[in-house]
Design a protein around this ligand. Structure first.
Ligand code: SAH
Length: 415
């Protein structure tokens, strides 16, 4: 469901909360880090876990806190969230201090960095602000042509939304952004929007990735509309597809499928449990001048599809497998690994000899090495495949060297 807040009710919310936040900021509370948490923060790690604080019961939602070691030495500052296991998101390492000017500088820097990577002609959708990776923890901004969609991760950062809004409405118009919209909800809750600049964006926009069109549903699409993190991997699949029968599992709006078709695939089968996603995929095919009819768009459970395909002895020359996250938390990692093994073995059974298998994972709790164990010979039950490429996030999704949790995307190419 789509709901919209009027600008005036939004402004009154800001007025109410900002004085409280100001009060909190001027009396920045001190929190003490346990010894083992000091080095990671000095190294740039953006998260302090609750158990790393000597005391966490005094934290106020959204308060800017000073981080100190047990001897009282200033380490940095961050924004507190008493409701989260990540008790403080770190914004500065001492002697730098948090203020609105710092937020503005970092937003400007993040946006300028993108102009190095994108010319806005061949690629018109990318992440302008990548949260922790741009040292703007919990702030995500994705660009879809002239529309920017903002997500604030959690209540703590939402307390500072007037500062974020100010920085974004100042900087984003410089790169041709005409509308800025805060997106809230999702994950079961209704998706809601607040216009920060220029009114709400249209429900459907067509963006380009390396010149390839992609129809994006900005009102109901996943994440902020699309999975921009796979852009470079979609391009790679296009390059690998010439003459191939391609199977794209968990195809969503068909990005991999369209790059494959344009790359010269002889036939593309897209499988997703959501029929609506196929409609968007077909619209993207049409926008690219490719007739969708000769290709297959199958609404099915991917596991079941693979089972049936094996029974019918079907084979593909290139398989892309990009499922949703299987591990929502640390506890589910063992179950997730087992699901990846089952899935990858089922893919390997329908992969033709000499074929290419692209296996992806977006589970941040499954690190690269563990993910690769689900692609070893025992898991795949064949020993003719080699890892020829192992890719991660693109340049518009920067991470920090010490922040391994941020490198959630894995994309293995085996042949
Ligand atoms: N590869 C896509 C992103 C995939 S997102 C891209 O490049 O944009 C994950 C997709 O998996 C969603 O579209 C969801 O509808 C689908 N999905 C989830 N569980 C599924 C299942 N069991 N079988 C098939 N599709 C599934």
């Amino acid at each position: 469901m789509l709901a919209q807040h009027s600008g005036s009710s939004f402004l009154s919310t800001v007025t109410n909360t900002s004085s409280e936040v100001d009060k909190r900021n001027t009396h920045a509370a001190r929190v003490t880090l346990r010894t083992n948490a000091v080095e990671p923060v000095r190294g740039g790690h953006p998260w302090v876990w609750r158990e790393s604080l000597v005391r966490s019961d005094t934290l106020l939602m959204g308060a800017v806190v000073e981080l100190r070691d047990e001897a009282g030495v200033a380490i940095g500052s961050g924004i507190a969230d008493p409701s989260s296991a990540i008790a403080v998101r770190v914004w500065t390492v001492a002697p730098e201090r948090w203020d609105a000017g710092l937020v503005g500088d970092r937003v400007r820097k993040a946006i300028r960095a993108r102009t190095k990577h994108f010319d806005n002609e061949k690629t018109t959708a990318y992440r302008c602000v990548a949260g922790e990776g741009d040292r703007l923890p919990a702030v995500t901004v994705d660009r879809y042509d002239m529309h920017a969609i903002v997500k604030l991760d959690g209540e703590a950062i939402t307390e500072h939304r007037d500062v974020i809004r100010q920085a974004l409405t100042t900087e984003l118009p410089h790169i041709g952004i005409e509308t800025i919209t805060l997106r809230t909800g999702g994950r079961g809750a209704a998706i809601e929007f607040e216009s920060w600049l220029g009114g709400l964006p249209p429900p459907r926009v067509i963006v380009l990735e390396h010149g390839v069109p992609m129809v994006v549903d900005l009102h109901e699409g996943q994440k902020t509309g699309a999975f921009l993190d796979q852009r470079e991997n979609r391009k790679r699949v296009g390059e690998l597809s010439r003459g191939c029968r391609v199977l794209n599992l968990f195809s969503y709006t068909g990005g991999f499928s369209l790059h494959a078709a344009l790359g010269g695939a002889s036939h593309v089968t897209s499988v997703d449990s959501a029929a609506k996603a196929h409609a968007a995929a077909q619209a993207s095919f049409v926008a690219a001048g490719i007739e969708p009819k000769p290709h297959a768009f199958v609404t099915a459970d991917a596991f079941q599809f693979l089972e049936n395909a094996h029974r019918r002895s079907q084979k593909w020359d290139l398989i892309v497998c990009d499922p949703p996250s299987f591990a929502p938390n640390e506890k589910s990692v063992a179950r997730a690994l087992s699901a990846y093994r089952t899935l990858h073995a089922a893919c390997a059974r329908v992969l033709a000899k000499g074929g290419v298998f692209c296996a992806s994972s977006c589970s941040s709790h499954v690190p690269a090495d563990l993910f690769l164990t689900t692609l070893d010979d025992a898991s795949l039950q064949r020993s003719d495949l080699h890892l020829v490429d192992f890719r991660g996030l693109p340049a518009d999704h920067p991470t920090l060297p010490i922040w391994k949790e941020g490198r959630y995307l894995k994309f293995a190419v085996l042949e």
